[in-house]
Design a protein around this ligand. Structure first.
Ligand code: ADP
Ligand code: MG
Length: 732
């Protein structure tokens, strides 16, 4: 039985909230919906006396989706009233949990993959991938984040490729400070104590005087943030020491800043104080931080103390909410066990679909201007919809390289998928005046699809806030997302964007496309139609510049490819072996004759092998379950006990191979004997045991279905025979 820890958390929080209590009608409404939902959840997770926990039907699913949405709504209303801090915190936590459940239930497909509620929630838990002993691909360069390409085998035997971004709590100031400290402490610099102190104290001193530096460089006067938030001042500080012509930090300007921050340096040669090349090195090292700080803090409003990686998952959730999840590469929380055994939290983004402009495949040679005409229109609809999504999420970094492009068989443009959504869901609330960095404001959108228009106009701010819960965003950030929705609705109402029927996107031709493009005075694209079409037209050239190198990181062995014992897999292995054992019982328990003749030792050896395998898996499962139990939450050994060890994998493989061998022996002994129907069904079961025992191969879901059906048939047949009290000689 999966551990329904998520349900217990929900229940406990609901109880704690009820214990705190309050008088308002908003509180009463909230209490009612959480009690009702809690009752529904626990009814669906109870194991009846005889039989397994029921699967969640479509009806259950839609009821639960509705109930969780009601929790979201009621929570937002309650949080808007005067309640105690303690209650507020619990309400937020419960809303976070409800939002997670809601996402799981919304994407659950009872007709395709029926599951019980505990199983559903367990499958949705954060995946842990153990990378020890695996040579990982080089990490991809990233201005904002480092991304590690990962290919792993999930517990259902599906190969999944994507990029992992480790959790990082933003500390813009601290990151810069480290650069100055590293130079100060580098023994190769052989600095005097004075010089060391000046380097270490530079940022603080510069912060105190930066309006003077900015004026000195004739950038105009820039004022400090009155609330004293240093991360907000960083962009102004950059302006003080960067050269407008190159847009880069200038060593000469940095030297000036040092002289203003430390008047005693005036008239001195800084090469003598700090050693030759110090200003150049500092400029080079700080520059990338300044660029990302500018985009993240100044444009997107993502402040110190918040996380960046989870924003990718948050934006995916908004895409799902608006029914356009195909527009954004899916991102989910993940834990990675690194080389030294340390567990790293972070976010995993599935490998995006389409062509990566930074890493173009050979076929990109065939993509050109012609790809943009005579299309099915889906690509343009995607662009229109993505502009809206980016606006709602306040994403300021949608340049042409942060989208993958899809083309159909005739090389016609037919879709985009967005990556790199780090710079979204911050405090930015753009006006309609000008784009903010790469964020497209309504007046530059030009068109919107009918379907997106309808969804935006009917979407309630509470729903959007609820979809963004559970990703560690601040309440302020949630408020700002609601404001962006309200602003967009107002602009759409004014008719700032032309509504185009979904089916009419196919009519976009060269002339129409040129009307959709928007550029600023310098020729920079102001919307996605311009950026995407420019990018696509340059594919042939880009491909040539990349010198034929194309690297698909999904083309490697998956972590766990030869191992069916990833977290969760033990459960499935036990279930599957159980089915096999049950089937063996059915085909051997053939009534009266069975007692006289029994079964062959070869068949029993096979059964024994299956039992051994099941017992071994059960032993490991017990350890994993124990390690995952709340009681061991703070036990540092627990994460390791929750993993399957190398030697255990080997033992599993050995036990499984033994199953295949015993099946082989049985089958060899039976040769061509098919006349006897019992032999036939025993041979069939041996065939499955053999397939299942071949390590490295996954038993397919259809095979399991066949097993179930055949088991049922065998049951019926046995019952019939038994009542007739006669049968052929058993024991073969
Ligand atoms: N989800 C993804 N699927 C496939 N490739 C990706 C994905 N995310 C990033 N990449 C690759 O990594 C490169 C850099 O990642 P990106 O997220 O854009 O970081 P940054 O813009 O900060 O450099 C991308 O240009 C792309 O080649
Ligand atoms: Mg990028």
């Amino acid at each position: 039985m999966p551990d329904p820890e998520e349900l217990k958390q929900f229940h406990d929080l609901a109880e704690e909230i009820k214990a705190l209590g309050a008088d308002s009608p908003e509180y009463k409404a909230f209490e009612t919906v959480i009690s009702q939902t809690d009752a529904m959840l626990s009814a669906l997770s109870k194991k009846p006396k005889n039989g397994p926990v029921p699967v969640v039907s479509e009806r259950n699913r839609s009821q639960l989706v509705g109930a969780h949405l009601m929790i979201g709504n009621a929570a937002e209303k309650l949080l808007g009233t005067e309640i105690s801090e303690a209650l507020k915190e619990k309400v937020r936590n419960l809303a976070d949990l409800a939002a997670k459940n809601h996402r799981v239930l919304r994407s659950y497909q009872p007709d395709k993959d029926p599951k019980s509620l505990p199983r559903l929630l367990e499958d949705a838990r954060t995946v842990t991938v153990d990378t020890r002993g695996t040579k990982l691909a080089d990490s991809l360069s990233g201005a904002q984040s480092r991304r590690q390409p990962i290919v792993y085998m999930d517990d259902q035997g599906k190969k999944t490729a994507g990029v992992f971004t480790p959790k990082k709590v933003n500390d813009y100031w601290g990151d810069l400070q480290k650069i100055f400290e590293a130079e100060a402490d580098d023994p190769r610099n052989a600095l005097s104590q004075d010089a060391k102190d000046m380097l270490k104290g530079f940022l603080e001193n510069y912060w105190n005087v930066f309006p003077q530096v900015v004026q000195y460089n004739r950038h105009g006067t820039l004022n400090k943030d009155p609330r004293g938030r240093r991360e907000l001042d960083l962009t102004s500080m950059i302006a003080g020491i960067s050269d407008v012509r190159t847009n880069k930090t200038s060593p000469a300007f940095l030297a000036n800043a040092f002289k203003i921050a430390y008047p005693q340096l005036q008239g001195q040669d800084l090469n003598r104080v700090f050693g030759a090349g110090m200003m150049e090195r500092l400029s080079q090292k700080t520059d990338p931080h300044f660029v990302s700080t500018g985009i993240q803090v100044d444009s997107a409003g993502i402040m110190d103390g918040s996380r960046t990686d989870t924003r990718n998952a948050a934006m995916y959730s908004v895409a799902e909410l608006f029914g356009v999840s195909h527009l954004v590469a899916q991102a989910v929380p993940m834990k990675l066990i690194g080389e030294n055994g340390e567990a790293v939290e972070g976010t995993f983004m599935m490998k995006a679909k389409g062509m990566d402009p930074e890493n173009l495949p050979q076929e990109a040679m065939y993509i050109n201007e012609d790809s943009l005409t005579g299309t099915n229109g889906k690509g343009y609809r995607d662009l229109a919809d993505l502009q809206v999504l980016d606006y709602l999420c306040g994403n300021v970094d949608r340049h042409g390289g942060n989208m993958f492009y899809l083309f159909d068989r005739n090389h016609k443009f037919c879709g985009v998928q967005a990556i790199d959504n780090d710079c979204s869901c911050g405090l930015l609330v753009p006006s309609n005046k000008n784009n903010v960095n790469k964020l497209v404001v309504p007046k530059n959108m030009k068109i919107i699809s009918r379907s997106m228009y309808d969804k935006v106009m009917t979407m309630q701010p509470e729903e959007l806030r609820f979809a963004l819960r559970g990703f560690g965003l601040s309440e302020k950030e949630l408020n700002c997302s609601a404001k962006r929705l309200v602003n967009l609705k107002a602009e759409l109402k004014k008719g700032a964007v032309t509504v185009v029927e979904d089916k009419d996107f196919r009519k976009i031709n060269a002339r129409k496309l040129s009307q959709l493009k928007a550029k600023d005075a310098q020729g920079n694209g102001l919307n996605l139609f311009t950026r995407a079409s420019n990018q696509i037209c340059a594919f042939t050239r880009f491909r040539m510049d990349q010198h034929g190198v194309y690297n698909d990181f999904a083309d490697t062995d998956a972590i766990g490819e030869y191992n069916r014992a990833l977290p969760g897999a033990t459960d499935r292995e036990i279930e599957k072996t159980d089915l096999l054992l049950q089937w063996m019982d059915r085909v051997t328990n053939t009534g009266f004759w069975h007692f006289h003749k029994g079964t062959s030792p070869q068949f029993e050896a096979m059964r024994e092998a299956a039992r051994n395998y099941k017992e071994y898996q059960q032993r490991i499962k017990a350890r994993i379950d124990n390690a995952n139990s709340p009681a061991r939450k703070n036990d540092p050994d627990a994460p390791y006990d929750a993993l399957v060890r190398e030697e255990e994998l080997e033992e599993m493989a050995r036990l499984k191979k033994r199953m295949a061998e015993t099946a082989d022996t049985y089958l060899a002994g039976k040769g061509n004997a098919t006349r006897n129907p019992y032999t036939r069904s025993r041979k069939e079961v041996a065939g499955f045991v053999k397939a299942f025992g071949q390590t490295g191969e996954t038993v397919k879901e259809e095979e399991i279905q066949t097993l179930r059906k055949q088991g049922k048939r065998a049951d019926e047949e046995a019952a019939r025979r038994e009542s007739a009290q006669q049968g052929p000689a058993a024991g073969l």
